[in-house]
Design a protein around this ligand. Structure first.
Ligand code: HEC
Length: 178
């Protein structure tokens, strides 16, 4: 599931429309909930548009998405703040701060285990930048979790440890922060 990022702050009264891009192989099952209530979903496999209430009240909101995929159901939750006036009541707890970052945590793994084949000028998809790696983030996680990347037979790159796979999974789950 791509195109979902934790977003920042929105002014009070903001409307709500989100486009979710996915892989057509995910099939047609897709659901979304805003603050625990169903959200209208239009579009078809791969590109869904969510339309929520005309305006959102101040405070923290939480958007949960779930989509079918060949491996089962993929879920993502995005929290965001709508800023309000004095009427917004006591401050709500902030959303979870991201804990995993591309440059700090993922790039070293890339350099060690992926760059040999996915670097500049290689025949394989380039993965050596934040933009490139995050565009294929979910696929990278799937391929690594399945033990397909780095290809074991090639013997040119060390496989990832369980901890590193978990780190990559968390990075994707948190919305792929740079
Ligand atoms: C020994 C060379 C080699 C290494 C090292 C390697 N890959 Fe690959 N990768 C390939 C080849 C060849 C393909 C294309 C064939 C395929 O999809 O299986 C590929 C395909 C992929 C794809 C699919 C790309 C697309 O455009 O759909 C992803 C994602 C990927 N690799 C991620 C990774 C990640 C992440 C790492 C490091 C953890 C890695 N690879 C390490 C050789 C490598």
């Amino acid at each position: 599931m791509q195109g979902v990022r934790p977003y920042g702050r929105l002014p009070e009264g903001s409307g709500f429309a989100v486009r979710v891009l996915g892989d057509p192989s995910m099939g047609t099952s897709f659901g979304a909930q805003l603050d625990g209530k169903g959200v209208q979903v239009t579009g078809s496999a791969g590109t869904w548009t969510l339309t929520g209430p005309e305006s959102l009240g101040p405070g923290w909101h939480s958007l949960s998405l779930s989509a079918g995929s060949p491996e089962g159901t993929v879920q993502r939750t995005v929290k965001f703040l709508v800023e309000g006036g004095e009427s917004s009541g006591p401050p709500m707890p902030p959303p979870d701060e991201p804990t995993v970052f591309f440059e700090e945590d993922i790039r070293p793994i890339y350099e060690r285990s992926c760059a040999a084949c996915h670097g500049e000028g290689s025949n394989q998809s380039f993965l050596g930048s934040f933009e490139a790696f995050s565009a294929l983030g979910q696929q990278a996680l799937d391929r690594v979790s399945a033990g397909e990347m780095p290809p074991p037979a090639a013997g040119v790159a060390e496989p990832l440890t369980e901890d590193e796979i978990q780190l990559l999974a968390t990075w994707v789950q948190e919305g792929m922060n740079p």
